[in-house]
Each structure stands twice: as C-alpha cells, then as structure tokens.
Write a protein that binds this ligand. Structure first.
Ligand code: SF4
Length: 288
C-alpha cells in the first residue's frame, strides 16, 4: 500500500492568509469587492473567491474606478496607487503584508537619506513583479532592479550600493549577488540588507527534508508564483522525481505507477484544499 503525505509546512503564509481573510470578511458583508491584481498567484483560489464576488482588476481599470472598495494584496503597492485612490474616492482595504510594509519603509528611508550623486539603491528581485514595483515606487522609480549577475551592467560600481532583496528570493541567490557586487566594487563598500522573508526561507530546509522521504513529489503551485519557482527548484534538486502541477487535471496517472511513497507539497500561495484534492486523486488512482 503506497503512502501519501501532504507536507504540513506547505501552504499559505500569514501574509496570504491575512489578505484572504480580509477579502472574505468584506465579501460576506457586501458580496462584491475589487482586488488589484490576483489576490494570490493561484488560479484555483482566485476562482473560488471570484464565486463569492471578488473582481480582479489591473492598474488601468483601477485608475478608472470611483467610489468603490478595492483590496490591495499582500505584495503591496507603490505610493502612486494610494494617490489615485484618494483622487477617485476609492476605499482601500489594505492587505499589504507587514513584512513587505516594513521593507517598503526601509527603502523609502534609505532613499530619502541618500545622495543621488553618490548612492544608488539596488533591488535584487524580479523586474515587473508587483512587490518589486511597490518597492521601486518608494524611490520615485530610481531604484535599479537586478535579477542576477547578468544585470550588473545596470549598476554604477563607483557609487555606494545599498542592496535590498525582494522578500521571496532565495538566500543563496542573494549571497551570490552580494559576493559579486563586493568583488566588483570600486573601493566603496556596499551596504546590503537581507530582506528575504523567513516564512519563505525557512521552508527550504523543511521542504528538502520532506522530499527526501518520498519517491515521487507532486509540487502544487500556480505558474505565476515566484516563491513557488524557488521551492519547486529546491524540490527537484533533492528529488528528480518531482512534478509541478497547478491543478489535479494536470496529473498524469502514469507518474504514480510503482511508487511506494508520494509527497504532496506547495508554495506559500498554494491552498491546503488544493493539496488535499491532489491527495484524493492520488489515493483513487494509485493502484491502477
Ligand atoms: S511570503 Fe512573507 S513577505 Fe510574502 S506575503 Fe508571505 S509572509 Fe508576507
């Protein structure tokens, strides 16, 4: 009899739990709420909330709305979004994660205390990602975003570098960037801040142990999740028999043939109910 186990450390982080709680509270009262961007990078969870009245909008639509309530998700937003909300009499339900909020404040303070002639704020993160846009917004758009060593030509190494990280980047990736920046710096020692969220970073050692205990891993995650990409790569490194699925329909029953132990895990944006439905599918198809 094969063993099927859901990783108890996988699933929503507190930032996502908080955003969904706020959305559900408002939906229970009014049955209608706008959300700026996907509330979580998981289509199945977005569809569940849509059924309850959540309407996902982009920034262009947001700028055309008046006198409505809009939820800002855990990733946070740049100051420009709050300015539009004030002008359009939009009531904001702010679900920015406290960890992101703290990072925004840190970057804003650093920017206000820096001298553009001598300093530059560098953010290690994914260009265009909502959280990164919110961080860049704290510097009036002046921060330089780097995704890795390939982007180093954007940096002026003769200036002082103040480096921050998107909360969902990997610690190893950040260290590699810091080492290379330090090596290239022109006499001005860089200043770096490890601003990676420990809700994400601590999951890596846990998920490594989890995937070693199983001979097949189903990693459940939406394709837009940055944190999901990091965790999925970790799983694959530890256990090459790892498959990424965003839904039960993507599971190939042939993967299950001959497996004795199947582990199901996911990202900080993966709902528990989705991992449970994957587990039910596995239970039903394992002996076929
Ligand atoms: S991963 Fe961390 S920073 Fe991002 S929403 Fe979750 S708790 Fe907040």
């Amino acid at each position: 009899m094969a063993r099927v186990e859901i990783d108890e450390n996988s699933g929503f982080c507190f930032g996502v739990v908080n955003a969904i709680r706020k959305a559900e509270e408002e939906l229970a009262k009014s049955g209608r709420l706008y959300c700026l961007g996907d509330i979580v990078h998981n289509n199945s969870e977005v569809a569940r909330l849509q059924q309850k009245g959540l309407i996902t909008i982009d920034h262009d639509t947001f700028a055309r709305l008046y006198d409505v309530k809009v939820l800002l998700r855990a990733h946070g937003e740049p100051p420009e979004t709050y300015r539009i909300a004030r002008e359009n009499r939009i009531e904001i339900i702010d679900a920015t994660c406290p960890v992101v909020l703290q990072l925004q404040r840190k970057i804003k303070q650093s920017y206000e205390n820096s001298d553009a002639e001598k300093d530059q704020i560098v953010i290690y993160g994914k260009r265009g990602h909502a959280e990164v846009n919110g961080l860049v917004g704290q510097t009036d758009g002046h921060a330089i975003v780097i995704e890795g060593v390939d982007d180093f030509d954007r940096i002026d190494f003769s200036k002082k570098i103040r480096l921050y990280s998107q909360t969902t980047k990997s610690v190893e990736g950040l260290h590699a960037v810091v080492d290379e920046i330090t090596r290239r710096c022109d006499g001005v020692a860089p200043e770096y801040h490890d601003t990676i969220c420990r809700q994400v970073a601590n999951r890596i050692p846990n998920i490594r142990k989890f995937v070693q205990c199983h001979d097949l891993i189903l990693f459940v995650c939406g394709l837009k999740s940055s944190n999901g990409k990091v965790l999925y790569e970790e799983c694959r490194r530890e256990n090459p028999h790892t498959y990424l699925v965003s839904d039960v329909a993507e599971i190939d029953a042939a993967w299950l043939v001959g497996r004795k132990s199947i582990g199901i895990c996911g990202a900080t944006s993966t709902p528990k109910w989705l991992m449970e439905s994957v587990a039910r599918y596995v239970d039903e198809h394992i002996g076929e």
